[in-house]
Design a protein around this ligand. Structure first.
Ligand SMILES: NC(=O)c1ccc[n+]([C@@H]2O[C@H](COP(=O)([O-])OP(=O)(O)OC[C@H]3O[C@@H](n4cnc5c(N)ncnc54)[C@H](OP(=O)(O)O)[C@@H]3O)[C@@H](O)[C@H]2O)c1
Length: 274
């Protein structure tokens, strides 16, 4: 039991696999009044998640403005949103020489442009609930960034897309429209979440091997410390933390999960172990 209480809240999550699926399950378990989610290619998974949780769903292809419009129509029918978690995104790794400009543009279109355009529309189009003047009562839009935006090897375009979300979120607190519409926007940046995404599994294996090998007799203990500090989380724990932070009145702006995590700190583990 997480102790999270979302009773009376209407929650929308983008993405149905990995972290998105966990966010939907936990929002439902925490008593949310209504939950809705999006899928892109995973129609079968979306149906299964709907059957397991009762949450409704609608298709969204981030970056495709016609798809944004039809998704937003479904959000309008859902009703005013208290918590919107813009979780969906492409995790992409690869060698520089193997990434075409078209692939690079796609990553930026989906993760950066797609999510920004969606959150802009949600705020400007009055899709978010307006509950009161006190910031604690404001509705919340949360974007999912990544500690890897600080430069995880092989994730240049992904890192650029997630770092771009920072500029967006950091410029919002004093934005006239955002204040008038009473929406708190935050960017939550998890380190590694074991969601089964193959690129993430490869990254976790990379760090496990490097830390254990370089640490000699202390290698296994150092890896366990790395995990215990929250640099590698299971999806349920990460989803719980995302929802907890999104319901903290004081959390607007950027927050890493675990708090204070940066790629420099991740690299320290490799260097200290070396
Ligand atoms: N896992 C990690 O270590 C980690 C760390 C930091 C941040 N994050 C961020 O957390 C979020 C979820 O990660 P995850 O590990 O759960 O990834 P995942 O298992 O690969 O799931 C990604 C989700 O995004 C959706 N999606 C992908 N491309 C889309 C598009 N063009 N339009 C709309 N939806 C799209 C997918 O929908 P379909 O499957 O239906 O296509 C899927 O539900 C991502 O934003 C990721 O960058 C993850």
């Amino acid at each position: 039991m997480s102790g999270l209480d979302l009773s009376g809240k209407r929650v929308v999550v983008t993405g149905e696999k990995g972290l998105g699926g966990e966010l939907v399950r936990q929002a439902t378990e925490a008593g949310a009044e209504k939950v809705m989610f999006s899928y892109c290619s995973g129609a079968v998974e979306a149906q299964e998640l709907h059957e397991a949780t009762g949450a409704t769903f609608s298709r969204l292809a981030l970056g495709d403005l016609e798809s944004h419009a039809s998704f937003l129509e479904a959000v309008r029918a859902f009703g005013p949103v208290d918590l919107f978690v813009a979780n969906a995104g492409m995790i992409a790794s690869g060698r520089l020489k193997d990434t075409s400009p078209k692939q690079a543009r796609r990553i930026l279109d989906v993760n950066l442009f797609g999510n920004i355009a969606l959150v802009d529309d949600l705020i400007v189009g009055d899709y978010m609930a307006k509950r009161g003047r006190d910031m604690a009562e404001w509705s919340r839009a949360g974007l999912i960034g990544s500690v890897a935006a600080g430069g995880h090897v092989g994730q240049r375009h992904y890192a650029a897309s997630k770092r771009g979300l920072r500029g967006y979120v950091e410029s919002l607190p004093d934005d006239m429209d955002v204040r008038r519409k009473r929406v708190g926007v935050c960017l939550l940046e998890p380190a590694f979440v074991d969601t089964g995404n193959p690129d993430v599994t490869a990254a976790i294996n990379y760090y496990r091997e490097k830390i254990i090998a370089a640490g000699g007799a202390d290698g296994q203990a150092r890896w366990e410390e790395f995990v215990a500090k929250g640099y590698v989380m299971k999806a349920p724990a990460a989803a719980e933390e995302v929802l907890r932070l999104m319901t903290c009145p004081e959390v607007v702006g950027v927050r890493a999960i675990p708090e204070g995590a940066t790629m420099a700190k991740v690299r320290e583990y490799l260097n200290k172990a070396a």
